[in-house]
Structure formats: C-alpha cells, structure tokens
Design a protein around this ligand. Structure first.
Ligand code: NAG
Ligand code: NAG
Ligand code: NAG
Ligand code: NAG
Ligand code: NAG
Length: 466
C-alpha cells in the first residue's frame, strides 16, 4: 500500500515546487518591470524628468525623493535576494535529476519549513515594505501626502508621525478626523495657513488670530512658530480675584477676549444655553456643579473621591498633571490639599485657558499631538478625564500611555477617571491600561448606557531599577 502511494505523493511535491517556481517567476517579471520603470528615472530626483511626467505642477515638491528611492531600493534588494535563492534551489533540483528527486528524502516537515522560512516570510516582508512606501496621491493636482514619512526608515518613527484616524464613526474632542502626532513637520501640510499666521509687521500688534493658531495646532502644526508681534489683550482687563477667593468665584468676563467665541460672557456658557458654542465639559462653567466634583459621593461607582486617593499616599502626592478638558476644578481641589496640579486646556469653543488662569491655577496649552513637556520620572500623579474615550486609535493611545508612564515617578499614581467606550471595545482598551503591570488600587467598570461602559482605575507605577 505504501509503495503504490509513493509516486502520487512525489507528484504532489513536484507540483508544489513548480508552483513555487512559477510564483518566483511572477515576482521576477513584476520586479523587472518595476526596475525598468525605475531605471527610466521615474522615482529619481530629476527635475526634467519629473516635469516631463507631471507637467509644471508643484505637486511633488514636498515628497522626499531621496528617501523614497532608498525605500524602494531596500525592497528591491530583498526581492532580488529571494529570487536568487529560489533560482539556485531550482538549479539544484535540476542537477540532481528527476529520478534522484523522487528518491531523495525531503520530508514534508522540511518542505514546509523551507516554504515558510525561505519563501513566504521574505515575500511577506517585501510585501509589507512595499505597502509602507507612501506614494503621493494626486487629487485635483494638489498633493495629499503625509509629509516626511519616507524620510524615515525606522518603523517606529514612521508609525509615530503617521496621522491616527479616529475609530470608525467616532468624533474626537478636537473635531478633527485624525490626530496628528507631530515633530512639527505637519506645518508643511498647511503652508499657506502657516504663512498667513506668520504674516505680520514685526513689533506691531498681532491680528486677533489665536483661533487660527489653534486650528493649525490641532491639524498637526504643533508647536507653532514663535512670533515677533504683540498679542492683544482685553481692553477692560481688571486685576484677577485674590487667591483666597479666586478658586471658587467666577472670574470677570471683562478679562477675556470674547471675539472668537459664540458667547460674550461667562453666564452665557451655562449648560442651559443651547447656543453656548462648546460641547465638551458642559456645565464646567457653573460653580455649583463644579463644587461637587471629587468631594461628594456620586451615584456612579466609577467616581473616586480625591480624599480617598490621597489617603493611599499621605503627603507623598505633591505635584501632578490633569490631562483633560475642564476649568481647573480638579487642580483647585488638589490645591486645597496643598498639591500643585497643571491642567491641560485648549480653547475648544470656550475660554478654558483664561478661566483656569483667572482661578489662580496653571493652564498648560498643549494638544494630544505632542510629547509632554516634563522630564522622566517627575510627576506624583497623572489624572485624566473627559478627554479620551472610545474614539481614540489604539496605537495613538499606546504612544500616549507610554509617555505618561515616562513622566510618572516610580510610586506615582495614574488615575483614569471615567474613560468610556463601547462595551465591545473594552477589552482592547483594558489591555492598553494593564500592559504596564501597574499595581491596581482600584479598578471599576460601570455601565454608561446599553452599549457603553465607564472604566475608572487608580494605578501605581512600580519601581524600575534598571
Ligand atoms: C528516506 O526516508 C526513509 C524513511 O523515512 C528512510 O528509511 C530512508 O533511508 C530515507 N532515504 C534517504 C535516501 O535518506
Ligand atoms: C476636485 O475634487 C472635487 C472633490 O473631490 C471634485 O468634485 C472635482 O470634480 C475635482 N475637480 C477636478 C478638476 O478633478
Ligand atoms: C482675602 O484676602 C484679602 C486680603 O488678603 C482680605 O482682605 C479678604 O478679607 C480675604 N477674603 C476672604 C473671603 O477671606
Ligand atoms: C461616601 O460614601 C462612603 C461609603 O458609603 C462613606 O464612607 C463616606 O463617608 C462618604 N463620603 C462622603 C464625602 O460623603
Ligand atoms: C496645607 O499647607 C498649609 C500650610 O503649610 C497647612 O496649614 C494646611 O494644613 C495644609 N493643608 C492640608 C490639607 O494639608
């Protein structure tokens, strides 16, 4: 029985080899076409040829041709190596002769191993590398290309500066479709707008264009360039309330320039007003509501009290960061406990920065695009609420969490406050928060609605003696 099967099995094996060889040929043909194209100079930085191919359009100006060429060469080399290997295998088979081939023992396992290691894996790597090369897309003859991606070879860098789209169907806090992790390079995407921003008379007054600047930041031109013009202030600026009352008294509306908001005073920002002009952190400009946060037991088990958190480490929590959208109430409560908190704030439809500052607290005007401006192992606590939720791309969240981990000191606390997402996405996000193996002081998941859940966690960064 075994003998009668023998020729059939061999035949199958030979067919397998023929398939591989054919596959190799297909690759060779397509690569040689590509290289011929390449040899013509399509991908080279040659102005004449570019003009010849594309006409006088400036579309390709901002693509780094040298980097692109380097990436192509890398992939071409890989595929060439693969081709040589396959060819030499085939030649060996021919030299051995068909008879010997039948008699020689290539076990199925070896056969499989060869396919996996020598063919499939390199092919896959080449395929991935090809996919990662960003060719510029020409739409209406204007360039829609993420700048500088091909200037980097290290994959992690390329990942970092690739804009991260919101999760499907989700709106992010900035009202943009993606978050632009930036090393400042994205300014070139908005050349005209940046130049408009920098168009002023040196030494004179700036235009009242902070909103234009903020838009640039949110779309990745972050940090903004410095300017040599004088920023405008409210004509009616009064001195702020003294510190013994400023934390909990609404500031004077006259201390804010209102021209770029829908409202013209603080009263108008009330959650009762449907035309208040902002949607995140509704009610944050109403002190009666703010006064309850983090000090009064709420009905939601995902809400922790500041007193309970500080009791974990009496006297040890002294400085920290509140990453979120708000008017500084968390920082105000912490200040009462002698803890100094810096609050991130963007003026998304309301004067969040001014409000925080007028309360006598520190607003930090940063976006999610950037590494935090703190050194490693410095903060006692990072608190985050109202900012990140189920819209956020997992890779983006990963970069952010690693940055927070960097900034937290050993023994520091990470307080994730009311993070929410779709129930089905919870596992993914939970993994993100748990991957650092922090000590879990509290971990609460509570329903938000039928399909959504809240996650609150109080985690402690372990010591790392490396
Ligand atoms: C082929 O394999 C069989 C059993 O797997 C073994 O008995 C035989 O010696 C091998 N022949 C050669 C040429 O390796
Ligand atoms: C340019 O793009 C817009 C929207 O994508 C499209 O409606 C329009 O037809 C395009 N114009 C040309 C000249 O291709
Ligand atoms: C706040 O401080 C000022 C001056 O330091 C003082 O005159 C005022 O009475 C204080 N107000 C309250 C409510 O403590
Ligand atoms: C909150 O509730 C807990 C347990 O029910 C209780 O021990 C605590 O005193 C309450 N705290 C406040 C500020 O009401
Ligand atoms: C904060 O510091 C002041 C001055 O050192 C002290 O009087 C007060 O008791 C402290 N408050 C708390 C809550 O520790």
């Amino acid at each position: 029985m075994a003998k009668s099967c023998f020729p059939k099995c061999r035949l199958g094996k030979i067919m397998g080899w023929i398939q591989i060889v054919l596959g190799g040929l297909v690759i060779i043909v397509s690569i040689s076409t590509l290289s011929r194209f390449y040899a013509v100079g399509f991908f080279l930085q040659n102005d004449d040829i570019c003009r010849h191919f594309h006409g006088p359009s400036a579309a390709y100006d901002s693509v780094d041709m040298a980097a692109l060429t380097a990436r192509f060469n890398e992939v071409l080399n890989n595929i060439e190596n693969l081709q040589e290997k396959l060819e030499s295998s085939v030649q060996k088979m021919e030299k051995n002769g068909a008879n010997q081939l039948q008699n020689s023992n290539i076990s199925k396992f070896e056969h499989k191993k060869y396919l996996e290691e020598e063919v499939i894996r390199p092919l896959y790597r080449a395929y991935i590398a090809l996919r990662q090369i960003r060719l510029p897309r020409v739409e209406n003859s204007t360039l829609k290309e993420d700048p500088m991606i091909n200037a980097f070879v290290v994959e992690e860098m390329r990942k970092y500066i690739t804009p991260k789209a919101n999760r499907v169907g989700k709106v992010n806090i900035y009202g943009t479709e993606r978050v632009y992790n930036t090393i400042g390079h994205a300014c070139t995407l908005m050349k005209e707008e940046v130049e408009e921003y920098m168009d002023y008379d040196v030494g004179s007054y700036c235009k009242d264009d902070w909103l234009h600047g903020q838009k640039l930041m949110l779309h990745g031109c972050d940090p903004l360039p410095r300017r040599r013009c004088l920023s405008r202030a409210s004509k009616l600026y009064l001195r702020p309330h003294p510190i013994n009352v400023s934390l909990w008294r609404m500031p004077e509306g006259r201390n804010v320039r209102w021209s770029n908001y829908q409202c013209r005073n603080f009263e108008c920002l009330s959650s009762k007003n449907p035309k208040r002009g902002y949607s995140k952190c509704t009610g944050c400009f109403e002190m009666e509501k703010e006064k309850l946060k983090w000090v009064v037991n709420s009905s939601l088990p995902a809400d922790f009290l500041i007193a309970d958190v500080l009791r974990l480490k009496p006297g040890e929590i002294r400085i920290g960061l509140d990453f979120g959208v708000g008017t500084g109430t968390f920082a105000a409560r912490m200040r009462e406990q002698n803890v100094t908190i810096v609050s991130t704030a963007l003026n998304l439809g309301a004067p969040f920065n001014e409000m925080i500052a007028l309360r006598g607290l520190i607003p930090l005007y940063v976006t999610l695009n950037q590494r935090l401006p703190f050194f490693d192992n410095t903060m006692d606590i990072i608190h985050s609420t109202g900012f990140m939720d189920g819209w956020i791309d997992l890779q983006l969240l990963d970069f952010i969490l690693f940055d927070w981990d960097r900034v937290l000191r050993p023994g520091g606390l990470l307080w994730i406050d009311r993070f929410f997402c779709e129930r089905k996405d919870l596992e993914d996000y939970m993994y993100m928060f748990l991957q650092f193996r922090y000590r879990k002081h509290r971990w609460v998941i509570a329903p938000k609605s039928k399909d959504q859940v809240f996650l609150s966690a109080l985690l402690e960064k372990p010591p790392r003696s490396l």
